[in-house]
Write a protein that binds this ligand. Structure first.
Ligand code: PLP
Length: 374
């Protein structure tokens, strides 16, 4: 017998939220309209041509010439998983810089792939100096160094200048989480000697969530090719995925074509704006936010030099119920901001200015709403 229908669902409606939290961010309408185009076969010549275009556009936003530059089907965590799964073999020493929640996630994942994980840590709100990274590499002699370029839980930017050279001197791969930086914060994969990097579609690129831009250097591919054990994640094995993204265009999995239409359009928008202009826009709007917060008597958690333009952590003042404030913003103004994670839970709000949402009118609206509620 067929089960009874619970109740007749109404057509879906979504409240008109302004997403100023840690992500996702609102997408440019042009992206949404690209996503509503009809699906085509993932081996259709037109689709394959679009994949080539996505790869070229991704190389531009990553600032890399890496052949293996693709969008992984899955959110940022899938990119994180792909980075580790392909180059970590059981027993490899993997050194992770932990300065927030996502560093811990890297540790968790690397451990699951059998790595001998070593960590260095910083209080939540700080980052590592080159000297500290050098000392840790000399002590632990890792095969892979994993760093979070933009720690979304703290709002801290980890500078990468000089780190790639250090890794090369010590025969170590540099793996970077760029989930909250790509598109919104200067990133130079080749210049900085980054060997593996992943991001997401829903933040600086301003697309809905669902894809993870990924890039892998020849050095990292060499490590993959020298493996003595198979990659233990079939879905994210670059030996297989590279045969779909490149010749012989062999079926691997059914690509989420509409998501890739959206990504293609998001990347085209960045090319139209110019990557450096896009970074500059994120910085200018963040500075407008920081000035306004200061005028309201609020304090940013991170020192200005290392603050992310994409994500600002703001200390919740003594006596203020942080959760009540964010609930009020959502209920009364349809504005979403985030709360703290991990060690910063209950201590900060997290305000995102990412992609299409990084605009002065959004900053001014939020500041005015905060002024009213506080
Ligand atoms: N890494 C960082 C720095 C993040 O901020 C996030 C998500 O916000 C992730 C990884 C995981 O990405 P996703 O939630 O898209 O899987």
């Amino acid at each position: 017998m067929i089960m009874t229908i619970p109740s007749q669902p109404q057509p879906l409606t979504i409240p008109p939220r302004l997403l100023m939290g840690p992500g996702p961010s609102n997408a440019n309408p042009r992206i949404l309209s690209a996503m509503s185009l009809p699906a085509i076969g993932h081996l259709d010549p037109f689709y394959l041509e679009m994949m080539d275009q996505i790869q070229d556009l991704l190389r531009y936003v990553w600032q890399t010439e890496n052949e293996l530059t693709i969008s992984i089907s899955g959110t940022g965590s899938a990119g994180m998983e792909a980075s580790l799964a392909n180059v970590v073999e059981p027993g490899d020493v993997v050194l992770i810089g932990v300065m927030g929640y996502f560093g811990h996630r890297l540790v968790d994942m690397a451990t699951r792939y059998g790595a001998d994980v070593k960590t260095i840590s910083k209080p939540w709100g700080e980052n590592f100096s080159l000297a500290e990274l050098k000392e840790a590499i000399e002590t632990h002699k890792p095969t892979i160094l994993g760093l979070v370029n933009a720690e979304t839980s703290t709002g801290v930017r980890q500078p990468l200048e000089g780190v790639g050279e250090l890794c090369r001197e010590h025969n170590c791969l540099l793996l970077v989480d760029a989930v909250t930086s790509l598109g919104g914060v200067p990133f130079y994969a080749d210049q900085w000697g980054v060997d593996l990097a992943y991001s997401c579609s829903q933040k600086g690129l301003g697309c809905p969530p669902g894809l993870s831009p990924f890039t892998m250097s020849d050095r990292a591919i060499e490590k993959l090719q020298k493996r003595t054990t198979p990659v233990s994640n079939w879905y994210l094995d670059m030996n297989l995925l590279s045969q779909y993204w490149g010749e012989p265009r062999k079926y691997h999995h059914t690509a989420p074509c509409n998501m890739n239409y959206g990504l293609r359009e998001a990347l085209a928008l960045i090319v139209e704006e110019g990557l450096e202009n896009c970074w500059q826009r994120h910085q200018q709007n963040a500075e407008l936010l920081w000035e306004g917060l200061e005028k309201l008597g609020l304090v940013c958690h991170v020192e200005k030099a290392f603050r992310l333009p994409t994500l600002t952590t703001v200390r919740i003042p003594e006596g203020v119920n942080g959760k009540a404030v964010s609930s009020y913003l959502l209920k009364e103004y349809n504005i979403e901001i985030g709360g703290g994670l991990g060690e910063l839970a209950g201590k900060v709000w997290r305000i995102g200015l990412m992609g299409y949402n990084s605009r002065p009118e959004n900053v001014l609206l939020l500041l005015e709403a905060l002024r009213k509620v506080l």
